[in-house]
Structure formats: structure tokens, C-alpha cells
Design a protein around this ligand. Structure first.
Ligand SMILES: N[C@@H]1[C@@H](O)[C@H](O)[C@@H](COP(=O)(O)O)O[C@@H]1O
Length: 240
């Protein structure tokens, strides 16, 4: 596992965007695993700049997002589908049909999960972008006695709903469930880029990288992967 610490988030964002640009240069038809949350927004901004400057093209790429809320209409301001359109897909040359997110409104959610896994098997992720929750969740894989391998429905922890309530009018509007790729699917990616920003993530990133490998901190399972790069800003990396 390689850990790189950056003085500014802007340097970190540029470095991460360049890793994706290199991956696409080496393999234009690469499958990219993408994430939501506040952490990747700056990285997506740099990708858009690089695309606009002709330094990066998504024309032949495929993307898979980690997760989506259950029960929000796709056009809901806080749905992850909308987030991705706003922060990335609406600004680049990725063909619409090549951007995949789990559908949290599917009539048959079990079939949706199985279908998402089939697509992931057919087009394995080359490079997976990940953030981390304060409790060590990745995607929406919450700490638990057991973790599921494939895409599944998860009940969101109260802490997670509270953390995400800042994007909603009130906590009551935050969905109670999500559909998420499993830790097993995440670990199948050829390479993983974990990005952590801010002092409030310093303790959990230390636990994830240097603590015991346990399902009670889903991100700690990244220690078992052969090709993980961790990018931290100074605040997030201060305990490492
Ligand atoms: N499902 C997402 C995760 O993929 C993300 O990593 C996490 C941290 O978000 P943030 O980057 O806003 O701290 O929150 C959400 O719950």
C-alpha cells in the first residue's frame, strides 16, 4: 500500500485526476469505478479541466458508481445519479449509456443488485476511486459482524444519515437504505485509489490503514488488496 500526503487539496485533486488520465491513456476503454461524497468533487473538477484542455477523454470508457440511495427519484437533487451528472458526467464526453449507477428505485431491488454484479463481472473495474465514511464505511458498506461480497441493499447507520443530512433539508429526508457494491466487488478492482481529506478523517484513516483488518472497519479490508494507493491531505494524514 502506497500512501501519499499532499500539502494542499488542490495538489491532491490534480494528482488523482492525472492517475485517471494516465489509466485512460494506457487503456482508453478502461472501466472506472467512481464515488460520490464531498471528497471526489475537486478531483472531478480537475478531470473536467483536463478534458476541456484535451488532456483526457472518456469517449471509450465505462464507469460504475459505488452506490445510490434507495427510494430517491433519479432527479432528486441528492440522488447520486444527479450528483454525478452535476459534478462530472454533464461536462465530459462519456457516452450516456456507459455510465452505470445502481438504480435505487428499481421495482425489484434484488434483481437490480444481481444485474449490477453481472455487469461488473463482464467489465471489471481497472481503477476504483474511494472515499471513506467516519465509521470506516466504503461505498455504503457499514461496519458489521459480516460484510457482503456483492451488490446489496444496506440499512444506513444513524451516524451516516446524520453525516449526510447536511445535503438534505432535514435528517428525516435522508433515506434509510442504500444499494451499494459490496466490499468483495470493490476489492476485485485492479487498482484502488482511496482519497481522504480533512482533520475529521485522521483517526479513521489511521485505523483503516494501520489497525486490525476487521469487518467493523470495512476500509481496513483494503489492507488485503495488492494495489492500493492512499492520497491524504495534511490534516487527514496527521496521525499516520
Ligand atoms: N456513500 C458515500 C461514500 O462513498 C463516501 O465515501 C462517504 C464519505 O463522504 P464525504 O466524502 O462527503 O466525507 O459518504 C457517503 O456515505
Amino acid at each position: 500500500m502506497q500512501v501519499k500526503c499532499f500539502d494542499t487539496t488542490s495538489d491532491l485533486d490534480l494528482y488523482a485526476a492525472r492517475l485517471f488520465a494516465s489509466a485512460l491513456k494506457a487503456k482508453p476503454e478502461a472501466t472506472l469505478g467512481l464515488a460520490t461524497g464531498s471528497t471526489p468533487i475537486g478531483i472531478y473538477e480537475k478531470m473536467i479541466e483536463m478534458y476541456e484542455n484535451g488532456e483526457m477523454s472518456f469517449q471509450y470508457a465505462t464507469t460504475f458508481n459505488l452506490d445510490e440511495y434507495v427510494g430517491l427519484p433519479p432527479d432528486h437533487e441528492q440522488s447520486y445519479a444527479r450528483f454525478m451528472r452535476r459534478h462530472l458526467f454533464g461536462h465530459i464526453d462519456l457516452p450516456a449509456g456507459k455510465a452505470h449507477l445502481p438504480n435505487g428505485n428499481a421495482a425489484d431491488l434484488a434483481a437490480e443488485c444481481a444485474g449490477y454484479d453481472r455487469m461488473l463481472e463482464a467489465q471489471p473495474v481497472d481503477i476504483q476511486l474511494l472515499g471513506i465514511g467516519h465509521n470506516g464505511h466504503i461505498g455504503f458498506n457499514e461496519p458489521d459482524e459480516e460484510l457482503q461480497g456483492g451488490t446489496h441493499i444496506v440499512a444506513l447507520e444513524q451516524d451516516t444519515r446524520e453525516a449526510n443530512a447536511r445535503f438534505f433539508a432535514s435528517i428525516d429526508e435522508v433515506p434509510t437504505q442504500a444499494i451499494t457494491m459490496g466490499v468483495g466487488s470493490i476489492l476485485k478492482a485492479e487498482s484502488i485509489l482511496l482519497v481522504v481529506k480533512g482533520a475529521d478523517k485522521a483517526a479513521i484513516v489511521k485505523q483503516a490503514l494501520q489497525g486490525p483488518i476487521t469487518t467493523e472497519c470495512p476500509a481496513s479490508l483494503l489492507q488485503t488488496h495488492k494495489n492500493v494507493t492512499v492520497l491524504v491531505d495534511r490534516e487527514a494524514g496527521r496521525l499516520l
